[in-house]
Unconditional design. Structure first.
Length: 498
């Protein structure tokens, strides 16, 4: 049995938390019976987020039943871990889940539909206990550790979305059919650049919200299984340095010949790495030998530089390949290479993509000529602070009355140690929160101090939907639905115009 499976089987859903949360059930007011928390992106690198990953998280963890044996093991671990400290309240809460709630967490999780593009600073998820029970309401914040990992797939989906904006705008300017091309313009190379298979699966699936190209196999599988999709991502045959260099420095052309033998068919695509020894030698001397064969095959050959300047190298390759293979002018007056393309996948970020797109357009080349690949920079490089994600308690019910819960740190000037006028971005929201949506303007707004019934009765359109309640998944989205929600505004306008 794997280590992680043994942890899950031995301790159950209660295992995945922070140590200090063992002592939290004893710290809440004795007269409380309900608690509400929320998740938001407080800002960061982008002004809007693409929400994604909750369905994966729920299907992976929240549909399991907790057992008394797992509670026994969890409490034994907790006591040993906290130097023998006994905390009865935690055991009471977990035993209540097993005895009175059939082993399922008696929680309600509401969230925006996945794929929704929501301005930062708005509530994305709310969590509360479904039954007024003084024993179990602390489990709302006990689950923070697990639920907060939504930051990762949401951050990946958000980065992928904003890169898509850049590329799509370039295609709208320079390509005859932007919608036919955009799906394969950013490829996920990140499987080896992440820390675990779960990260590859969840974050790899997040990228596919916006694009169709991926080499992260478990990411494609996660999107297929988690969102009821037959096939969510695609790839093509490609060489790597081990296959290329296995022929030796003087026989580099042989691997290219072999790729042509196997994959050069009408309508097919295949890729070869070009920098194993000398990328300019590859482009100037090896590639031209295949010109006639490529033209006769009807295939598209993708050439990948994997070193050098991340902006200058791919632009220079496009220019040199245009001289060797020729080009045509498309309907918008931009040059499109004949039968050959470039993919830049070495160490790029969104700023590099912007520069490459701009450089190509300035040189008169369509963005059709290039695709991009990202690895750990897409799936792993970022952290919870990239979009300033947080989960905070916002309301508690005491003696039958709701009370706001929030923090409001006072910030001091590090030189004078006097209070600063501007507040901290870490100030949390207060009250029973709701995300409302204006269908006419497309605007989101976070409201407080009422539940969904109150807002519905007062004519609000609610953006949050109940996803999970008492061990059951109530909203099971398809990947098609997620992708539709995440379409760029420009994409929708182009589709309407067509």
């Amino acid at each position: 049995m794997s280590i992680l499976n043994e942890i899950r089987n031995t301790y159950g859903i209660a295992a995945d938390t922070d140590s200090y949360k063992f002592s939290h059930p004893t710290q809440y007011p004795n007269d409380a019976d309900k608690l509400v928390s929320y998740i938001e992106s407080r800002g960061g690198a982008y002004g809007e987020t693409v929400f994604f990953g909750l369905q994966l998280l729920i299907k992976e963890y929240f549909l399991e039943q907790l057992t008394h044996k797992q509670v026994d093991n969890m409490i034994a671990f907790q006591q040993a871990h906290l130097f023998g400290v006994e905390i009865d309240e935690l055991e009471v809460a977990l035993r209540a889940v097993v005895d009175d709630y059939d082993g399922y967490m008696p929680l309600k999780i509401r969230a925006v539909p996945e794929g929704s593009v929501v301005p930062t600073g708005n509530v994305l998820v709310t969590v509360e206990n479904t039954v007024a029970d003084p024993r179990i309401f602390p489990l709302v914040t006990y689950m923070e550790t697990k639920l907060m990992r939504l930051w990762a797939p949401t951050t990946v989906a958000t980065i992928s979305y904003h890169i898509k904006k850049v590329i799509y705008d370039g295609l709208v300017q320079s390509a005859d059919d932007p919608d036919a091309e955009i799906g394969f313009k950013l490829h996920d190379f990140g499987a080896r650049g992440v820390s675990s298979m779960e990260a590859a699966a969840f974050n790899g699936a997040a990228h596919l919200v916006n694009f169709l190209g991926s080499d992260t196999v478990v990411g494609v599988m996660a999107a297929n299984i988690g969102y009821n999709e037959q096939m969510s991502g695609f790839s093509i045959p490609a060489t790597e340095h081990s296959t290329t260099t296995s022929f030796g420095r003087h026989d580099e052309a042989e691997i290219v010949e072999r790729m042509f033998d196997k994959f050069a068919k009408p309508g097919a695509l295949f890729a070869t790495v070009a920098d194993s020894y000398d990328i300019m030698n590859f482009v100037e001397h090896i590639a031209p030998r295949l010109k006639d064969r490529l033209r006769a095959s009807g295939a598209t050959w993708v050439i990948r530089p994997d070193s050098g300047h991340p902006v200058e190298t791919p632009v220079e390759l496009v220019k040199r390949l245009s001289k060797t293979f020729g080009f045509t002018y498309n309907g918008k007056g931009y040059k499109v290479l004949d039968g050959v393309r470039v993919i830049q996948g070495d160490g790029i970020d969104i700023d590099d993509v912007k520069q490459i797109v701009r450089r190509l357009l300035d040189e008169g080349f369509s963005v059709s000529n290039i695709a991009f690949g990202m690895g750990g920079g897409l799936l792993q490089k970022n952290n919870r602070d990239t979009l300033k994600f947080a989960m905070k308690a916002c309301a508690i019910r005491r003696n039958g009355q709701w009370q706001d819960v929030y923090k409001e740190p006072k910030i001091y000037d590090p030189i004078t140690w006097r209070p600063m006028l501007e507040g901290s971005f870490k100030r949390s929201k207060a009250g029973r929160l709701e995300l409302v949506y204006n269908k006419e303007t497309g605007e989101y707004r976070t409201e407080a101090n009422g539940d969904e019934h109150y807002f519905l009765q007062n004519g609000f359109d609610l953006a949050l939907e109940t996803v999970y309640e008492n061990g059951k998944l109530l909203r099971d989205m398809t990947f098609t639905q997620v992708r539709e929600n995440a379409k760029l505004p420009t994409e929708r306008k182009v589709a309407e115009a067509a």
